[in-house]
Write a protein that binds this ligand. Structure first.
Ligand code: BJ8
Length: 420
């Protein structure tokens, strides 16, 4: 990574502490990623993005902000990127996947709370995340209780706007979400000083759909047996999708897909690995823990049914409509198909997993739950019942970001792989 100390200093980064953070990442990345055998050439782009995670992209954001563009930070796939892009702002999904931030997070949040929330509150508290410090607005949402209450604390540090997500999926809830999207448009117009038009919103929808299509294309390739790409690499690409420049990301993902199609045609990849679908809570960068444990054994992850997976790229927003109101309804309809455990009931998630298990020729499902995430923990029971009815083996794993339980988890995953 180049020398960005001046830029970080200007953003208010605590340089000493930031150095410590930067020491950890390359080591983890090289042991988890660069040690994989026979990686596609196209992964070089994504290696570069990660190696420059606090460099080039931060510099890009800085240059765009100097021109007057605004940067919006988000923590949930319900925040509609279409609106942010349509108003010529930049959307950044803020990372919350590092153990490094958990301790600082615990100074403002209770200890017995999901590590994802503690990590983003830690990043907000200790001035080591240049992305967080580059944002002009943070958009929160009323999903789980922990996040909902975290915004109340974060608002002392940052300009924050909270979208009120309904907890059910009736037509009146979809209409409520449409109203929330319209209110968000209003807030974004004030932030950017730009006025939204039908054409601009359609362009935002189109770009987001293109990104979804590229990710869907990539994930469809994993249906091949064996998959032409590791689960670790696919997870990384999805994580990068949240903060990279969308056009450049689409181009590089499609380029990689061209290469993977050739790989499949050549028939060169041969293995008999067990095929695992991972479902559950999202894995924010740099949380690669579960995938690296699974893929260190004789198994490959062939899909993530999560917000850092299928929930992010499935279903497009209809581009049909002549008014902002109609397009906002289309956006609301698409987003309300996301099967987050914060909804009640949330039967669509189990239905999706059963369907995916067939499509991706899955041998077993691992239900991944971050510690203290109550909604996903409770939902395991009904999910297990549906999967058992469909003869799909399932293993539940609850863990945090630390490596203390790695040995124990490996043993459990190994036993599961032997059993399926
Ligand atoms: S749409 S999954 S991104 S809320 S893991 S913080 S739920 S206690 S992240 Fe999520 Fe949006 Fe839903 Fe997806 Fe709370 Fe659970 Fe932690 Fe979670």
């Amino acid at each position: 990574m180049g020398n960005y100390a001046e830029l970080w200093k200007r953003l208010g980064v605590d340089l000493k502490r930031h150095d410590k953070l930067c020491e950890v990442l390359p080591e983890i990345y090289s042991s988890v990623y660069l040690n994989q055998e026979d990686r596609p050439e196209g992964m070089n782009y994504f290696n570069m993005v990660i190696s420059e995670i606090h460099g080039l992209r931060i510099e890009e954001l800085d240059k765009e902000r100097a021109k007057g563009r605004k940067v919006v930070g988000t923590f949930c796939v319900f925040v509609p990127d279409e609106v942010i892009l349509a108003l010529d702002a930049i959307s950044i999904g803020l990372c919350a996947g590092s153990e490094f931030w958990v301790q600082s997070g615990e100074t403002v949040m209770p200890k017995n709370m999901c590590p994802l929330i503690k990590a983003f509150m830690g990043a907000a508290t200790d001035a080591t995340c240049p992305y967080y410090l580059s944002t002009d607005l943070i958009v929160g949402e009323t999903t789980c209780d922990g996040k909902k209450k975290a915004w109340e604390i974060m608002k002392d540090k940052k300009d924050i706007y909270v979208m009120d997500l309904p907890q059910m999926k009736r037509e009146k809830d979809i209409l409520h979400w449409k109203e929330e999207i319209l209110a968000f448009i209003d807030r974004m117009e004030k932030l950017t000083g730009n006025k939204l038009t039908v054409e601009k919103l359609k362009a935002g929808i189109k770009l987001c759909n293109e990104k979804r299509r590229a990710l869907k294309r990539l994930n469809d390739l994993r249906k091949n047996k064996p998959s032409p790409i590791s689960g670790l690499d696919c997870l990384l690409i999805t994580q990068i999708a949240f903060y990279d420049d969308p056009k450049r990301f689409i181009e590089n993902t499609n380029k990689l897909c061209d290469e993977l199609e050739e790989r499949v045609k050549s028939g060169k990849i041969k293995n008999n690995k067990k095929r695992i679908l991972v479902t559950g809570t999202p894995m924010a960068v740099p949380n690669w823990k579960l995938h690296s444990l699974i893929e260190s054994l004789d198994a490959e992850v062939v899909l993530e049914e999560s917000c850092t997976g299928s929930r992010y790229f499935e279903n497009e927003v209809s581009e049909e409509g002549d008014t902002i109101e109609e397009l906002a309804y289309n956006i609301a309809k698409r987003y309300m198909k996301i099967n987050c455990a914060c909804f009640t009931p949330n039967e669509g998630r189990a239905e999706d997993i059963v369907r995916y298990s067939k499509e991706y020729k899955v041998d077993g499902v691992i239900d991944y739950c971050l510690s203290f995430c109550h909604t996903y923990a409770v939902e395991h029971r009904s999910l297990k019942k549906v999967l058992e009815e469909n003869n799909i083996p399932i293993l539940r794993i609850e863990t945090d970001y630390s490596n203390e339980d790695a040995g124990q988890l490996t043993t459990r995953i190994e036993a599961f792989l032997e059993m399926i």
